[in-house]
Ligand binder design. Structure first.
Ligand code: ADP
Ligand code: MG
Length: 169
């Protein structure tokens, strides 16, 4: 996928209450303003990369891009599981991510156990792949260090502009 690595950020909004948190795998949802900017060659499926919340440390993440049932599956959704244990929820905060690589397409599962096992194997794959030197260096990209000053106080349109600029380098 030529658009990878792909940088973006936006406010964390409420999802569809699918109960991801109850499975032990909460997923922070991006608003349409972020999803609508996804390049056409970014297909649905599971990705790995780096993420930070507000001006937090940068953590490993896995992201699911899928079809949004709220819009009768005509629109994509982007849900990020940050591989870190947070003390509190962070709805309303700015989530910054860089999608680095693709793991697999979406699929359906016969049981909840099979779904959880698949996600846990995605998380393990992400942890290993992100240790590669070319992926580790993205963790230190100044996209993450500029988060607090450039994005959280500005409207999302401005954040989208900076997203475009970041992808131009
Ligand atoms: P929703 O349907 O509202 O997205 P989830 O059950 O998927 O609900 O939980 C997602 C929320 O959990 C996030 O918006 C965030 O506030 C919180 N959260 C706590 N820890 C994490 C984490 N490690 N990764 C992603 N979200 C987390
Ligand atoms: Mg969610």
């Amino acid at each position: 996928m030529k658009s990878l690595p792909y940088f973006c950020r936006g406010e964390v909004i409420r999802g569809f209450g699918r109960g991801s948190k109850e499975l032990g795998i909460p997923t922070a949802n991006f608003p349409d303003s972020v999803v609508d900017h996804l390049p056409a060659d970014i297909s649905t499926g599971i990705y790995y990369g780096w993420a930070c919340v507000g001006n937090s440390d940068v953590y490993k993440m896995v992201m699911s891009i899928g079809w949004n049932p709220y819009y009768k599956n005509t629109k994509k959704s982007m849900e990020t599981h940050v591989i870190h244990t947070f003390k509190e929820d962070f709805y309303g905060e700015i989530l910054s991510v860089v999608m680095v690589g693709y793991i697999r397409p979406e699929r359906t599962y016969d049981s909840l156990e099979a779904l959880i096992a698949a996600i846990n194997s995605d998380i393990e794959e992400a942890k290993v792949k992100l240790e590669l030197p070319e992926h580790l260096k993205l963790k230190d990209d100044n996209f993450f260090t500029s988060t607090a000053s450039s994005s959280s106080v500005l409207p999302s349109t401005t954040a989208s502009t900076s997203q475009t600029i970041m992808n131009g380098h």
